[in-house]
Every structure is written in C-alpha cells, then in structure tokens.
Design a protein around this ligand. Structure first.
Ligand code: BJW
Ligand code: ZN
Length: 244
C-alpha cells in the first residue's frame, strides 16, 4: 500500500495536501476529537469556540486561546510536517491546505499554507478587524481567564484569529482551496476526522472530479469511502515513507 501511494505521489503533477490536527499530534499539540486526549474531551466547544462564547466571556475565551498559543510555541514540527514540505518541494505543483491553527507547517519549511480555520498567531479586533499584537503573558492552564487586549484603533476587544463554529471561512483561503482541489490529480489527506464542514468538502471535490485520494490516518474516517489508498498509521511514520 505504501509503495503504491509513493509511486502515485511521485507521478502526480498537481497535488493538494490537506491536513488536520492529527499531523501535529506527534509534536504534542492535542487534536480536537480523539477520545481521551482531544480538546473537546476536556473542554466545551460551545463555551469556547463560538462567537457567542466570546461575547459572553471574552476573558475565558481569550485565556484559553492564549494557553493554546503557549502550548504550540513550546512544540516543534515533526517528521510528518517535514515530509509535507518535501512533497511540496518535489511536486511540479502543490498546494498545502490546512485546517490547523498552529504554525508547524511554516516552521517545517512550507512557504504558504492555506489556513482554512485561521491561526492562533493572527489576533484581530473583534469589531473593526484591525490586526493586533499580543501582550505576552501566557496562562499556564486552559481555564485561566485573561482579559483580551483593546484594539488600538477603536477600543473594542481583540479576538483570536481563528474560525469559530457558525462563522464563515476566510473567503480567499476557501476559494484557493476549492480551486486547487478542483484542478489537482492527487489529494493527500492527513490527520483529519473530516467531520467539520465546509473544510471536509475539499477532499470530496477532488474525488468527484477524478483525482486520486490518499488518506493517512490511524483511524477510520468518512473519507475511507472515497480514498483510493488508506494508509492506517501515524503521520510522522507514514509520510516520510512516501518521500524516501
Ligand atoms: C492522527 C494522528 C497521527 C490522531 N497521525 N492522524 C453540515 C453538516 C453538519 C454541520 C455543519 C454542516 N456545515 C456546517 C456545519 C456546522 C459546522 C460543522 O461542520 N459542524 C460539524 C462538527 C457537525 N461548521 C461550521 O460552523 C463552519 N462554519 C460554517 O459552516 O459557517 C456557515 C456560514 C456561512 C456564511 C456566513 C456565516 C456562517 C466553521 C467551522 C470552524 C471549525 N473550527 C474549529 C476550531 C478552530 C479554532 C480552534 O482551534 O479552536 O476548527 S473546530 C476544530 O475542528 C478545528 C479543526 O480545524 C476542525 C477539524 O478538526 P480536525 O483537524 O479534523 O481534528 P479532529 O480532532 O477532528 O481529528 C483528528 C484526526 O487525526 C482523527 O481522525 C485522528 O484519528 C487523527 N490522528 N493522531 C495522523 N499521529
Ligand atoms: Zn478595532
């Protein structure tokens, strides 16, 4: 299976790599939906990851995201992120589309990942959208409240630059992802449960238009049904074998 995938990848001209939280798991960044270690097993998405949650308790939400930013800052890219950068360097055309809000792809050498769900490192004003900077005071745990900074222009609360439930995805990023998925001949999906829409449409679009789909995930996902090759294993082990 791994050999088939490696040769399909070697022969592809236009590649999309589509990643989710699973690719960063081995760096020590928790996923969302894994049973014991996932963030949603320990924290409530409704009170932390919605626009309403931020309106109701901005300090709780800001504190939680600052805690997560601190967590990511202490980690490093793993062999999976590095293999993705190698795939990008080798393929004639490659677009990296990530749902992740960490910066581990960038730190592994991927020049311009398309961030469908924003970033932990791009806070902005919740009212006027002005990009903001951090006050560097990172909480040690996820339930520690921290008042968000105030916008320099309008005085409103600064919010995390991520996409919450019920919010639209950044238009430019979504358009770039759809365009790349529509034109690719191979899509490699790595470490996503493929349950969150519209992001989960991206591999579906590629499959519908005839692209080969390779999936890397230790567990079953809804993409099993459309994947031509399912590589059941952890990203940091499986991906390097595809670029050897
Ligand atoms: C490994 C591994 C290893 C482990 N190696 N693998 C259709 C049906 C039903 C609902 C909806 C629908 N369409 C839209 C919705 C609503 C909603 C949604 O999808 N809900 C579903 C969950 C039911 N979607 C939205 O609300 C979206 N917005 C929207 O629809 O707006 C409409 C609108 C339009 C116009 C105007 C206004 C509104 C927005 C979704 C935003 C998602 N945000 C989050 C949080 C980001 C901020 C933060 O970080 O806090 O994004 S949720 C969370 O899930 C995060 C992730 O990017 C996203 C995807 O998760 P991911 O990456 O797949 O992680 P996991 O944990 O789910 O899976 C990890 C996988 O890795 C597992 O499979 C493991 O097995 C695997 N793994 N170790 C490889 N070592
Ligand atoms: Zn403002």
């Amino acid at each position: 299976m791994g050999d088939t995938a490696a040769s399909l990848l070697r022969d592809a001209r236009k590649v999309v790599v589509f990643t989710g939280a699973g690719i960063s798991a081995e760096s020590g960044v928790p996923t969302f939906r894994d049973a014991l270690t996932g963030l949603w097993a320990r924290f409530d998405a409704e009170t932390l990851a919605t626009p309403r949650a931020f309106r109701d308790d901005p300090a709780l939400v800001w504190g939680w995201y600052e805690w997560r930013r601190g967590q990511v800052r202490r980690t490093r890219p793993n062999a999976g992120h590095e293999a993705v950068a190698a795939i990008e360097a080798r393929a004639p055309h490659c677009t990296l589309v990530t749902q992740n809000v960490d910066d581990l792809h960038e730190r592994a050498g991927s020049a311009a990942p398309v961030h469908l769900h924003g970033s932990l490192f791009a806070p902005r004003c919740s009212f006027c959208g002005l990009p903001a900077s951090f006050v560097d005071d990172l909480p040690a745990d996820g339930s520690h409240k921290v008042e968000p900074p105030m916008c320099e222009r309008c005085g409103s609360a600064v919010r995390p630059g991520v996409v919450w439930f019920g919010e639209a995805l950044p238009e430019v990023a979504l358009a770039a992802a759809v365009e790349a998925a529509s034109a690719c001949d191979l899509l490699l999906s790595v470490g996503t449960s493929a349950m969150v829409y519209p992001a989960a449409e991206i591999p579906q679009v590629a499959a519908r238009l005839g692209a080969t789909v390779i999936q890397v995930n230790p567990r079953e996902t809804p993409l099993d049904a459309i994947a031509d090759v399912n590589l059941r294993g952890p990203a940091a082990t499986v991906l390097p074998e595809l670029v050897r």
